[in-house]
Design a protein around this ligand. Structure first.
Ligand code: DC
Length: 221
């Protein structure tokens, strides 16, 4: 099986680029962030503190995730409910970042993620795919951009959806999430030693896509 690992901070354009490339290559797209988001959503709905490791761990036996991967798309069901869209909310993203720091949560998802990669050619997107989940991935990409560039893009996305947002708040959220994701004790966000670094700060979506595709094709050919 061929596996493409794409890691990087939030807002670097990973998911839209990864989905498109998976569809073009005919690979299964696995969005691991959505799994952490579903656990974050469940914790919020249960009225528990997402930063409380013991409280979140106690909820895990009640959580059943059904990942329905597809080419360039992934559906996620939380105890039978399709939460694919619900988990995209900003507040769920922050809850995901909180719960993802707990070792019990990471252990809970690890086997699911590895099993998906054992079944088909995958393009898996996350924070620790190249370092922990698939250390033997065929190709590893670390896709990043400066916090300022990511905040500008995120702001444009929110405005396009008609949601009220301002640059300073979006930038502060991005910095906070980066800080949490890079400084946690377990599986922190970092570039694997053998990953190719792609920085999209100064280039647009099309150029980023062309660069990603070229890099991946060079490795899987
Ligand atoms: O990629 P995303 O924004 O959907 O991810 C949401 C959060 O989940 C992110 O802040 C960190 C966490 N996450 C993780 O710890 N490991 C992954 N492989 C994917 C996401």
């Amino acid at each position: 099986m061929i596996s493409i690992a794409i890691d990087g901070p939030s807002g670097a354009g990973k998911s839209s680029l990864a989905k498109r490339l998976a569809a073009e290559l005919g690979y299964v797209y696995v969005d691991t962030g959505a799994m952490y988001r579903a656990i974050g959503l469940y914790t919020l709905r249960a009225g528990q503190n997402t930063k409380d490791a013991a409280a979140v761990a106690a909820l895990l036996p009640d959580i059943h995730l059904d990942i329905r991967p597809g080419q360039g798309a992934q559906q996620i069901l939380l105890n039978g409910e399709d939460v694919t869209e619900t988990v995209r909310q900003e507040q769920v993203g922050m809850a995901a970042s909180d719960v993802s720091a707990h070792p019990a949560v990471r252990a809970f998802l690890l086997e699911t993620q590895r099993a998906l990669a054992a079944r088909s050619n995958v393009l898996m997107d996350g924070r620790d795919i190249g370092t922990v989940v698939l250390p033997d991935a065929t190709v590893k990409i670390f896709l990043t951009a400066t916090p300022e560039a990511r905040a500008q893009r995120r702001l444009a996305e929110l405005q396009a959806k008609g949601q009220a947002a301002d640059y300073a708040t979006v930038l502060a959220d991005i910095r906070l999430r980066d800080d949490q994701d890079t400084h946690r004790a377990v599986a922190p966000l970092r570039q694997a030693a053998d990953a190719v670094l792609l920085d999209t700060s100064a280039i647009g979506l099309e150029e980023s896509y062309a660069l990603l595709k070229k890099t991946v094709l060079e490795h899987i050919a």
